[in-house]
Structures are given as C-alpha cells and as structure tokens.
Design a protein around this ligand. Structure first.
Ligand code: PHE
Length: 456
C-alpha cells in the first residue's frame, strides 16, 4: 500500500479540510441551491436536502476519502488497485471512468456560469446596479446571457484560470489560495445576510426556507426529492472522484470521519446562508423565487444597488464567488489530469492543457444553448440545463451508489475498519449500515421513482 501519492500530498490536515471545502463550496451553494430550493417551494426541499446530506452524503464522503487514501492514485487506478487488493473480480474502475465523463459535463457548464460571475464583478464595480429595480436587473442579466461572444470571452478566461492552477499542482498553488479565500467568502456572506435581514423580508425568507410545506411537492414529489438528493451530491462534490482524489493526498493519521463531518457542515452552512441572503431580497422586491438559474444574478444586484457601499461589496462578493467556483473547478479537472500523468506519462502541464481544452470546447455548446442554439432542446431542455440536470440527478447519484456498494460490500470489513479507525463502536457500525443498506437503496428508490419506473 503506497504511503504517499506520486502527485504530492497536502502539507497539513488543515490543508485537506480547506481544499475539500474549497471543492464542496462553490456555485452549487450560492447559485444552484437557492434556485433549486425556489423551484420546489422552499422548506420541504431544504428538509429533504438536509436529510440527504446527513444520511447519504456524509457516509459516501467518508467512503470516497477512504478509497482514495487507500489507493493513492487517480480514481480509475485507485479503483483498479483496490479491486485487486481486495481479491475481487469486476471492472470497478468504471467508477473512475464515469467520474471523468461526469466531470467534463459539469465543468463545461460550470465554467459558463462562473463566467457570469466574472462579468458581474465588473458590472458591480462600475456601478451598473446603482438604484436598479427587478425589471432592470432582469434586463442586465438577459443582455449578458444573450450575447454569445461575451459569454465565450468570460468562459475562456475562467478555463484558463483553472488550467493555470491545475498545471502547477494542487498542493502549492491552491492550498495557499483557499486558506484566505474561504474565510473571506464566509465573512462577506454574513454581511449579505445582515443586510438582507435589515432591508429585506427576512421573516418571509426564514419561513420560506425552514417551514416545510409538503403541499408544494404535490404533483411532482418524486422529482422534487430527486432534485434535493442530486443537489446534495453536487454540493458535496460526491460521486465523481473529486473527493476521492483529494483523499489520496491525505496523510494516514487524519480522521476521515471527523474531516467529513466538518466539510459537510461548512458546505451546508454556506448554502443556508446563501438562501438567507437571497430570499429576503427576492420577496421584498416582489420577484419570483422560482425564476431558475438566473435567480442570484437578478436578485443580488438589486441589494447591492441599494446598500451603502454596495458598489464595493458587490464587486467583492462576485470576486469571491469566482474564487469559490475556481477552487471547485480545479477539483473537477484534477482526476483526469492525474490519470493522464499516471497512464500516458504526460507532464502535468500538457495534461492540464489537453483536459482544459476539451472542456472548453464542450463549454461552447453550453453557452450557445443560451442564445444562438436556444431552439435546440433534448427532453425539453437546452444543452446547459440538460448537463446540469443529468450530472446532478443521474450521474453523480449513480457514481455514489457504486462507491457505496464497493466500500460496503466489496471491501473487507477489516480494510474499512483499518482505514476509518473508528474502532468497533457505534460510529463504525452506523457508518457501515448506512453505506451498505441505506445509501444504495435510498438513492436507487429515489431515481427509479423519479423515472416513473417505480411508484412510491
Ligand atoms: N461542489 C461544487 C459546488 O457546489 C461542484 C462540484 C461538483 C465540484 C462535483 C466537484 C465535483 O459548486
């Protein structure tokens, strides 16, 4: 069993927590969570989401870190090595391959949305949002999204930023960045919540987010539950190997259970704070909570336009949103880059450029789907929406099921006992029960139900 990875190691245990939180906290928390919650009526969605994080997310995160640390390679090679080590048959490296496809699809649209955030840094700083109302905010957003050339420029800049960091290796560049950026993002988010509490309809937002009203699920309960579960996978970066590869750079002495709980809690806190920053503004301005992917780009600017110092705070906020997206995007590219280095002996720089270029090309299809190609739809969705839906609600949960089955059923009890080091007590037995029975069946039932194959 390799003690270290050939790609390098985190310098400290804190570095792992920061990097894994950097992966988890991203557009998923601030852009996706509020609009997904808004689409399904708020509180009931949030409650199902929290249950998914606790009962499915944390156990699978532990499993991913455990597999990564035991295999110490890219997810594809880690799964191959562990399958042999555990004396099992089967092509479990398919988990790694699926993860790479999923990462490509996610990153291609993720980069386009991160590009929106980049564009908004400059709009906020220039004072474009000063004194605007909901209608004006909508128009500013529509003119950006309708302009393929602008979107392409921002998408290109963002992908270049991602390739730059990945090509330098995660340990040195990224580690230092997340150390300052994550706390800064957190502070600014709290500032936004305080502003929203004083100027917006805070009580309405709290009620909307925390009073579950299952009436709102009526008619599409299966789909709503699938979305909440998919959001948990997406937000925690689970099911495609990002957390697995970060685990492969983690030292033997770190507690996997404790680190998983910390990362999942931070991620959840940021998502809830984002909701508390956004919905008061939505309600106070008579906007619709279910306006979809444009939600934060049409609501936050109104708040920035009204608050004292909003020009500065607004610009800063979008800068940090870009940084949050950046630290997540890096973890999406890393598994493939590590594999190219391991198997094809590519240099890290060459591997990063090749992987980045491929994602960039696919991203062009995503951004065109918002304007020039908006007539082209599959299952009623444009390419960007389709990739978003397919990855979060199908591919990540599917990857999660396979990881759970491998960790719970294919790996010897002795191996997981040795790696998790929880002893034989309640914590280990609870994990094993969740990973063997609860996680795979729950995910499967939710998916089959949403596909209409099974009626619950
Ligand atoms: N967790 C990231 C976010 O919430 C997205 C992500 C998904 C990153 C999957 C890595 C893997 O923005």
């Amino acid at each position: 069993m390799a003690v270290t990875s050939i790609h390098g190691m985190w310098s400290t245990r804190l570095a792992f927590i920061l990097a894994a939180s950097g992966s988890a906290v991203g557009l998923g928390n601030i852009w996706r969570f509020p609009y997904a919650a808004g689409e399904y009526g708020g509180g009931a969605f949030v409650l199902v989401y929290l249950i998914c994080v606790a009962a499915i997310g944390i156990p699978i995160m532990m499993a991913e870190i455990m597999l990564g640390r035991r295999g110490r390679q890219s997810p594809i090679n880690t799964m191959r090595t562990l399958t042999a080590q555990e004396g099992r048959a089967g092509s479990w490296q398919v988990v790694g391959w699926m993860g790479i496809v999923t990462a490509f699809l996610i990153l291609s649209f993720y980069s386009v949305i991160a590009g929106w955030a980049l564009a908004y840094v400059f709009r906020a700083a220039a004072g474009v949002f000063n004194g605007i109302d909901g209608v004006a905010a909508g128009e500013i957003f529509a003119s950006l999204v309708g302009d393929a050339e602008r979107l392409l420029a921002w998408h290109t800049i963002f992908m270049a930023m991602v390739v730059l960091v990945v090509s330098r290796g995660v340990a040195s560049g990224l580690e230092k960045a997340v150390r300052y950026l994550m706390p800064a993002l957190f502070v600014l988010l709290v500032v936004m919540v305080i502003y929203a509490a004083s100027a917006g309809d805070f009580a309405g937002a709290v009620d909307y987010l925390f009073a579950p009203d299952f009436e709102k699920f009526k008619g599409h309960a299966g789909e709503a539950i699938l979305s909440a579960m998919g959001q948990a996978f997406f937000s925690l970066s689970l099911g495609m190997g990002a957390i697995m590869i970060y685990g492969s750079y983690l030292g033997r002495d770190a507690s996997i259970a404790r680190n998983s709980v910390i990362v999942a809690s931070m991620d959840t806190l940021v998502a809830l704070l984002a909701g508390l920053a956004i919905f008061p503004v939505v309600f106070a301005n008579g906007l619709a909570p279910d306006s979809g992917p444009g939600l934060i780009f049409q609501t936050l600017p109104i708040a920035f336009g009204e608050m004292p110092g909003g020009q500065l705070f607004g610009a800063l906020f979008f800068v940090l949103l870009v940084f949050a997206a950046w630290t997540s995007a890096i973890s999406l590219l890393e598994p493939l880059v590590a594999w190219l280095v391991e198997n094809l002996s590519f240099s890290r720089v060459r591997a990063s450029i090749l992987a980045g270029l491929t994602v960039w090309l696919l991203g062009i299809a995503c951004l065109l789907s918002l304007n020039e190609w908006s007539g082209f739809t599959v299952f009623g969705k444009g390419i960007l929406d389709l990739f978003d839906f397919l990855t979060a609600n199908v591919l990540l949960p599917l990857g999660g099921i396979l990881i759970a089955i491998f960790a719970g059923w294919k790996m010897a009890r002795a191996s997981s006992l040795d790696e998790l080091r929880l002893g034989e007590g309640l914590a280990y037995r609870a994990w094993r029960m969740l990973i063997r029975y609860v996680a795979p069946t729950a995910v499967m039932l939710v998916m089959l139900n949403a596909l209409g194959i099974l009626k619950l």
